[in-house]
Ligand binder design. Sequence first.
Ligand code: NAD
Length: 297
Amino acid sequence: MAADVIDGKSFASRIRESVACYVAELVSSIGVTPGLAVVLVGDDPASQVYVRSKGQQTVAAGMNSFEHRLPATTSQNELLGLIEQLNADASVHGILVQLPLPKGIDESAVINAISPAKDVDGFHISNAGMLSTGQKAMVPCTPLGCLMMLRQRYGDLSGLNAVVIGRSNIVGKPMAQLLLRESCTVTVAHSRTTNLQQLLSDADIVVAAVGKPLFVSGDWLKPGATVIDVGINRIESAEGGTRLVGDVDFDSASAKAGAITPVPGGVGPMTIACLLANTVTACYRAHSLPEPLELSV
Ligand code: NAD
């Protein structure tokens, strides 16, 4: 039996519709339009594409988008000055600094200068701490999107065995914390793990965030497992040119799994949708209003 393919594209479009409804409600009830400020330093081509796409989707949802494009020569102090200004600006509810930053700028210092309440990427140390201690946090967008897809598939995740492959601060660790909060039994595998295949053979849920193309083979999976593929890797295509693939070998995995996210069209679209959702959540919280439950976890 071929696995169900989890359609991240249509899920993300439902989230964006919901975001747009809540934005309209905020405008009509309290006259406030949520605003997202995106800061891009330097001219990294991939970052420019991401920032443009984030800006377009923010505006399409009815929110204000404030783009700050700074030259690669910007100093850390200049950047911190801008963050301070955005922290104090009541029309800005979310602040995102596009990573990576140019060499010479300390990313942690910049991220931790963002007001935690406006940290819609969820990377601030306070948000990481609040997530891991079970308090209300801003949750990083990619793991948030993965959890929404898992909740839709299972409803209650409690007692399921989950293996997260990867321990980065932006995906692996927060994903593991979210699954723990859902009462899964969570194992985090990483580059020094010696028994990955054995771990996967008993995993009901696999979240792969490794950054290695087609790394996870279908043979390693427990039959019926749900596979969330976070990886985005560009490889040479057999037909010439290049193509995007995930960290999971989709063809073999979809023959064994119960459900799987494709690449592209799985986790990727959910990430930007969750950024918009976090901005709306931040706006509700800033105005001490009960936040929309479907936009956060
Ligand atoms: P990272 O490089 O920071 O982390 C990779 C992790 O993989 C590390 O923790 C490492 O320990 C682990 N790893 C490496 N080799 C391993 C092995 N042999 N066995 C087990 N674990 C191993 O990467 P990241 O930022 O977490 O991103 C991971 C992937 O997800 C990348 O492909 C990235 O492009 C993608 N990504 C996608 C989205 C999205 O929106 N879809 C968002 C963020 C990242």
